[in-house]
Write a protein that binds this ligand. Sequence first.
Ligand SMILES: Nc1ncnc2c1ncn2[C@@H]1O[C@H](COP(=O)(O)OP(=O)(O)OP(=O)(O)O)[C@@H](O)[C@H]1O
Length: 337
Amino acid sequence: MTPKPTPLLELSKLRVEFNGSAGRKVRAVRDVDLQIYEGETLGLVGESGCGKSTLGRAMLRITEPTAGAINYLGLDITRLRGTVFRRTRADLQMVFQDPFGSLNPRRTIADIVAEPMLRARGMSRADARTAVDALLEQVGLGREAGARRPHEFSGGQRQRIGIARALAPSPRFVVADEPVSALDVSIQAQVINLLTDLIRERGLTMLFISHDLGVVRHIADRIAVMYLGQIIEIASRDDFFAGPAHPYGEALLSSVPSLGSARERIELAGELPDPAAPPPGCTFHTRCRYAIDRCTVEAPELREVAPGRQVRCHLPLVPLSAAPSSPAAPVTKGTVA
Ligand SMILES: Nc1ncnc2c1ncn2[C@@H]1O[C@H](COP(=O)(O)OP(=O)(O)OP(=O)(O)O)[C@@H](O)[C@H]1O
């Protein structure tokens, strides 16, 4: 028997609540348990507002979790303070959806990319200069880009700068939050191919957040589906695209005919419920076409229905004896044409 791989990052009961209007608590992330294995890209999908960004930001403590633990190499990051936190945090970086908003317009690209090398890794200026040149080459901008400022670049180029800055402290784990959704489709493919190359060359582990299943299919090894702050399905990429086990995933996939799903289109009834007042029982029951009485009163647990495949549903769509698949098994990733 092959030993189970050790997660690089493990979330236990991670919770994020915001103060909503009229003193109501917005439960954006609800007690999430999740393992991310070294070298894998985990795609996090779900409708707008289901909590994907909040979960990604909480994993890096950009948004402080309300409760729970984030285990990274034996350390609970939520408990770290001061220098130890800053040093550890340099291993964990983020690529944002809108790189322009996060790039200081007054600074040169070389300064922007060098800053985390100097601050987080204590590099000398001379070493940082050499490393910046190499990184700008690696992300396809060329070292000449270093002397210019953010406004001189197109959206796709700015995202390359955002990626260079995230990689500057040589992280092991990167959260990419909708990194291509603001870009033209032709540019999206180039940035996805760049990320795929960087993941392979640097052995990066990544949480890739996207509402676009077509994009996720090109880059992710495993898929986690989120609904109203909870993970409701986890599967290998191939298993998920062959047929989601949760009715929500089934509906999401059916809405993208280009993904080759021969199934009928399933309309999701109504809007995403208010995360400050989630429905009782299974939170998806109000929109689920298979819901039975039990779903309205009893909240399902996230349970394993096949090796490496978990689902939070009383009536999962795959048979309990579904074909085995390893959670961290290497998957050949596609190149976007
Ligand atoms: N700072 C905040 N204060 C109050 N509520 C917030 C805050 N940030 C997010 N929320 C709420 O938390 C819930 C989850 O939002 P989040 O942005 O994480 O979802 P998402 O799936 O990433 O959606 P999107 O793709 O639109 O960003 C939403 O109801 C959102 O309105």
